[in-house]
Ligand binder design. Structure first.
Ligand code: ATP
Ligand code: MG
Length: 567
């Protein structure tokens, strides 16, 4: 391809809202442009990269035995009503009506469609298992679309759905998909980690995320320093934090003037905050209502909101305002587990189970209880804590620490959630009707374009990996008006292409060398061959984008030189 014929609108301008390197460089490098909040167009170079990633994903899915299909982007609202997700998906689901007043949605994911496809078409266990996938546009009306392709509203996803006659067979396929996903990220040249995850609105049990390691990642992942354990903080576990058990003491109400925080109370009472209860008040959002709910964790712990949301079986948790807290009969700053208003829902972290002699608020201004004994109370316990750095690994003796990741894939063991809701059944070996056991598997194809750059860039621009580079080599004709330079450049360009190396030639006449070099660095082709003044000595210069190292090579040897580097 010739630069002079290709639409590569590079620019020096960085939009104010572009804070991530991938967002800045993809816009500045002319890969993408924005048409609306979270909505992007792919320009020619961006389209090439997207297609390359898509091709790797397709190949690995095909190798794993999945069938490619193409499901519609617009789906009837009725299907979403059958599954119950027309409400459960919340405002992310974009609904609209057609001219006949029938309801539709822009697909944010396709469980409903695929169940509808399989229902009544696969009727016997003999036709199972089957895995159907497609690579198609998704729309999610994200509350905060940002970071360019990373969190768009419209984006490209590969989503696969498998159907089984047993949970064991689902687990087998889940493992097949995990291996296929690993191959995808490895082939793309990405450093990643597979972690345990929360299942979110998709539902089901057992899910894993594929995290591209990058400081800018939106997800915090917890990793062990000595074994392979890794989990999204939303689902991370630890060995319970233990300290010696205290002697049981009688419940006593003590005055704690102006002591609202755990630190203030502990200091005032000269007590270890480990033996205290921290109350966190949240407004839980349900399908048709909302209410203030209470979570208790140890004074030294923090609440993990996703875990809390799951425990309360809520759609979402919001911060409760002071008025809402007071209206619920609670006293901000002095909220405790004893003498609570009857109708309030309370969830206590599982690590507090069996604890006695704790300190907590007395639900009265300026008072706390000491000697609180949980063993004598009927309480609902759940895992609610945010694992902290330095906590102990749940699988070995190692210590846990945080790192940042970009969620590039997520696989779920769905079970029968959708097949049951939509009454999709097959006949088992005994002739009995059973709901399909399902798995679903997503890869963020367009998010991966950004993820590659988050992991591979420098202050000058993108550095594409071998599998993702729009072209491997950029032949830069230093002065496009000089016939000999242009001719030598064209010869190298043609030879590289003949050798099967994807090459672009910067043959632009009106641009100076410095400008072309700047574009090379910004766009991030892995190599440049500079055809310039040294040509009279029979030499060209090869630039390695990653290291920016320059090497003089004889004109007649440059093709061989690059083949060796690349292959
Ligand atoms: P996130 O937690 O980042 O919002 P999710 O859990 O909602 O993602 P899934 O439903 O698991 O995402 O979707 C599968 C994959 O699609 C994700 O792993 C991610 O790579 C990609 N993806 C999800 N939302 C977006 C988005 N708004 N923009 C781009 N890619 C996305
Ligand atoms: Mg996810």
């Amino acid at each position: 391809m010739k630069f002079s014929q290709m639409f590569i609108p590079t620019t020096k301008e960085t939009p104010n809202d572009a804070t991530l390197p991938s967002h800045q460089f993809l816009l500045r490098g002319g890969f993408i442009n924005q048409t609306g909040a979270g909505i992007y167009n792919f320009m020619p170079l961006g389209k090439i990269v997207l297609d390359k990633i898509r091709a790797v994903v397709k190949e690995e899915m095909d190798n794993a035995g999945a069938n490619e299909v193409l499901m519609s982007f617009v789906t009837p609202l009725e299907l979403w009503e059958q599954s119950g997700r027309s409400v459960a998906m919340g405002p992310e689901l974009l609904k609209f009506k057609d001219r006949k007043n029938a309801g539709f949605v822009l697909s944010p994911t396709n469980e409903e469609t695929v169940v509808d496809i399989v229902k009544n078409r696969i009727t016997s266990y003999k036709d199972l298992p089957i895995n159907l996938y497609h690579i198609n546009t998704k729309f999610r009306d994200e509350a905060r679309p940002r970071f360019g392709l990373m969190r768009g509203r419209e984006f490209l996803m590969k989503d696969a759905y498998s159907f089984h006659d047993s949970h064991e067979d689902l687990v087998r396929e889940f493992n097949v998909m995990e291996e296929a996903y690993k191959k995808v990220y490895e082939r793309l040249g990405l450093e990643f980690r597979v972690v345990e995850a929360d299942s979110g609105a998709i539902g089901g049990s057992g899910s894993k995320e594929f995290m591209i390691l990058a400081n800018s990642g939106e997800d915090t992942i917890v990793v062990c320093d000595s074994c392979a354990y890794g989990a999204n903080i939303e689902a991370a576990k630890r060995k319970p934090n233990k300290k010696e058990k205290l002697e049981t003491k009688a419940l006593e109400k003590v005055e704690t003037p102006n002591c609202k925080t755990i630190a203030e109370v502990s200091e005032f009472l000269n007590a270890d905050s480990f033996y205290s209860m921290k109350a966190v008040m949240k407004k839980a959002i349900y399908e048709e209502s909302s209410e203030v709910v209470l979570f208790f964790v140890r004074g030294t712990d923090e609440l993990e909101e996703t875990k809390a949301c799951n425990a309360a079986d809520a759609l979402d948790l919001e911060d409760a305002s002071e008025e809402e807290v007071i209206a619920a009969g609670l006293v901000p700053g002095f909220c405790g587990i004893v003498d609570l208003p009857k109708d309030i829902k309370v969830y206590v972290d599982i690590e507090l189970k069996e604890d006695n002699n704790l300190v907590c608020g007395a639900n009265e201004e300026n008072y706390h209880f000491t000697g609180v004994d949980l063993t004598s109370m009927e309480l609902q316990y759940a895992d609610l804590v945010a694992v902290q750095e330095g906590d102990s690994c749940p699988c070995c003796d190692g210590k846990l620490s945080y790192t940042k990741g970009i969620e590039a894939g997520h696989i779920f063991q769905l079970g029968t959630k959708y097949s049951e809701a939509m009454d999709a059944k097959f006949l088992d070996a005994n002739g009995k009707a059973q709901p399909f056991v399902m798995g679903c598997y997503g890869i963020g194809v367009s998010r991966l374009v950004a993820a590659v750059i988050e992991q591979h860039h420098d202050e000058k621009g993108c550095i594409w990996t071998k599998q993702t580079a729009p072209f491997m080599v950029d032949v830069i004709v230093s002065n496009g008006k000089k016939e000999n330079e242009l001719e030598a450049g064209m010869n190298i360009y043609n030879s590289l292409k003949q050798a099967g190396i994807e090459t672009i030639i910067d043959d632009r006449k009106q641009q100076r060398f410095g400008f072309k070099m700047g574009d090379f660095e910004l766009i991030g082709f892995p190599y440049a061959v500079v055809v310039g003044k040294k040509l009279q000595d029979g030499l060209v210069e090869v630039v390695d984008r990653k290291t920016l190292e320059k090497t003089e090579v004889k004109v007649e040897e440059v093709v061989e030189y690059l083949i060796n580097k690349i292959k």
